[in-house]
Design a binder for this molecule. Structure first.
Ligand SMILES: *[C@@H]1O[C@H](CO)[C@@H](O)[C@H](O)[C@H]1NC(C)=O
Ligand SMILES: *[C@@H]1O[C@H](CO)[C@@H](O)[C@H](O)[C@H]1NC(C)=O
Ligand SMILES: *[C@@H]1O[C@H](CO)[C@@H](O)[C@H](O)[C@H]1NC(C)=O
Ligand SMILES: *[C@@H]1O[C@H](CO)[C@@H](O)[C@H](O)[C@H]1NC(C)=O
Ligand SMILES: *[C@@H]1O[C@H](CO)[C@@H](O)[C@H](O)[C@H]1NC(C)=O
Ligand SMILES: *[C@@H]1O[C@H](CO)[C@@H](O)[C@H](O)[C@H]1NC(C)=O
Ligand SMILES: *[C@@H]1O[C@H](CO)[C@@H](O)[C@H](O)[C@H]1NC(C)=O
Length: 465
């Protein structure tokens, strides 16, 4: 820069300041130049942030001087001629005021304009919804909007589907909008969104909308009541029994989860749904290692909450009774040991006599007599499980063998009598045959003789009668 140009620059600035001061002078001083005006194009422009702007200051003054543009923005002159000067303002990122000024016949003329910059929000976001919302409780939706200008034209709208829930002006950074809804069953699966509206219609532009990603709500109903659990009170090791767990009034029932467990053994229930009722049924098979007091737990989970029911169940073993005879086929007079045993805690009773204590065997000894043949020994086992008496009975029959001499003599006597009777009948038969053949010889020899009583004929008639 040469000293002369420095001087010129200084003079210019001085002149500008002096002349700007003239604005503050009584209006009378300016009145002479009022017939000429200074125009600025465009007037009060609205433009997206970051753009450049062409500003044309023109005047009808025939010999205007020093047409300038006052601005805080970077500017360059892109053309000037008699009566006008055009400037380019670059990097227009915020609202500002610009002033055109020119001199006409030594008097200053000014014209100002506001530049309004608009900017779409950088981010419109609906806050996370709770994973599950209980029906009948209020849900507060919150929306946050970062950026966006001019704020006066920016509105936050919360929506359920297409339904507007609330509408609030954007205040603060980020701007926050809220809405409260009473969650209902119909809100299950409802989609909520937040919309930022930049309404530039009054400025001759459009309505610009930015919508957040939708968030889907899941509502649920889980009654306070525990499930109904139907289980046996006791279960013998190795046996199976159905377990049934139901809970009604669930919404949405298809989302409910149910767990059934015996102690730490998870059961694998079959789940059925009827209306709003969930039912789980499983077959529980008691294992040997589960003997003792156990708990059956049914647990229904919905909406991150669960309701459970617990029932006590005693798993037991009932061994025996084992009724043992030292021998089952004995001869008369031999000794037979009878014993009855059963598992621990089982009380046995042999032929009506109780064992000393539960778990102990019951014993008796008999000397087999004829009357004991076919005798039944019976053992009754008793186990008490949870105040309930369980019975099991077993019987064993004894056989006593005897070759009794009395029976043999009766048998021999019968055989002797039978022999005598047989011999007698045989002798009578032989005698009867001999007398009949004598009578036939007489008749064949003398058939022409007249009939007259003869002795042998009488004998035959007697025998036949
Ligand atoms: C500035 O405005 C004047 C008067 O309306 C016009 O003659 C001139 O062409 C304009 N210049 C530009 C660069 O638009
Ligand atoms: C535009 O202006 C912003 C702030 O007003 C500044 O940070 C940025 O560097 C400028 N960009 C240019 C190209 O001048
Ligand atoms: C839900 O909120 C409204 C007001 O927003 C209130 O009147 C109502 O009592 C609330 N309901 C419940 C269940 O909290
Ligand atoms: C009930 O079930 C849920 C889900 O499986 C589990 O997280 C919870 O611990 C269970 N509650 C009980 C008491 O077993
Ligand atoms: C039954 O008795 C017989 C003969 O006394 C014996 O050998 C057997 O071991 C017994 N069995 C049981 C189960 O007590
Ligand atoms: C005992 O005797 C009966 C008939 O009296 C017979 O059927 C059974 O086989 C016999 N049992 C033994 C072990 O000898
Ligand atoms: C076993 O015997 C007892 C006593 O005689 C009787 O009360 C019970 O009913 C019997 N039980 C069975 C299953 O036979």
């Amino acid at each position: 820069m040469t000293p002369s140009s420095l001087l010129l620059g200084a003079c210019r600035t001085l002149v500008i300041f002096q002349l700007l001061a003239c604005c503050l002078l009584p209006l009378g001083a300016q009145s002479q130049s009022q017939e000429f005006s200074l125009q600025m194009e465009p007037q009060d422009p609205v433009l997206p942030a970051g753009r450049s702007l062409l500003v044309n200051c023109s005047t009808s003054c025939p010999h205007p001087e020093l047409i300038t543009l006052e601005t805080s923005l970077p500017k360059e002159v892109i053309g000037e001629d008699q009566g006008w000067a055009a400037f380019r303002l670059s990097n227009v990122t915020g609202d500002s005021k610009i002033i055109c000024s020119a001199f006409c016949d030594g008097f200053q003329m000014t014209s100002s304009s506001n530049i309004t910059v608009y900017r779409f929000p950088e981010l419109v976001e609906l806050d996370l919804l709770p994973p599950w919302q209980p029906v009948g409780e209020n849900l507060t939706l919150q929306c946050h909007v970062w950026g966006g200008a001019p704020r006066a034209q920016l509105t936050l709208v919360l929506l359920r589907g297409e339904e507007e829930l609330s509408r609030q002006p954007a205040v603060g950074e980020p701007a926050e909008g809220t809405a409260t809804v009473l969650a209902g069953r119909g809100d299950y699966g409802a989609k909520f969104t937040c919309r930022a509206e930049l309404d530039l219609r009054p400025r001759g532009l459009g309505l610009f909308q930015n919508t957040s990603a939708p968030r889907q709500l899941r509502t649920f109903v889980l009654p306070m009541a525990p499930p109904r659990l139907v289980t046996p009170l006791s279960l013998e090791v190795g046996t199976s029994w159905p377990v049934d767990c139901t809970l009604d009034g669930l919404f949405p029932v298809s989302e409910a989860q149910v767990q059934l467990a015996l102690g730490d053994q998870m059961l694998n229930p079959a789940v059925t749904i009827h209306g709003d009722t969930l039912r789980a049924t499983a077959t529980v098979i008691a294992r040997e290692d589960q003997e003792g007091a156990q708990e059956i737990v049914c647990n229904v989970t919905l909406g991150g909450e669960s309701r459970e029911a617990r029932k006590n169940l005693t798993v037991f073993t009932f061994l025996g009774p084992i009724l043992n005879l030292s021998e089952t086929n004995v001869t008369e007079g031999s000794k037979v040991n009878v014993s009855c045993t059963a598992g621990p805690r089982v009380q046995v009773m042999l032929d009506g006599d109780l064992a000393r204590a539960p778990g102990e065997p019951a014993q008796l000894q008999v000397t087999a007599t004829e009357g004991d043949d076919g005798r039944y020994f019976f053992c009754n086992a008793i186990l008490e499980v949870d105040g309930k008496i369980l019975h099991r009975n077993v019987t064993v029959q004894l056989r006593v063998l005897y070759r009794n001499s009395f029976v043999v003599s009766i048998l021999i006597g019968v055989l002797v009598i039978l022999g005598v009777v047989t011999a007698t009948v045989a002798l009578i038969c032989i005698f009867g045959k001999q007398t009949r053949s004598g009578f036939y010889h007489v008749n064949q020899r003398d058939t022409s003789l007249p009939l007259r009583p003869v002795q042998p004929n009488e004998a035959v008639e007697l025998e036949q009668s």
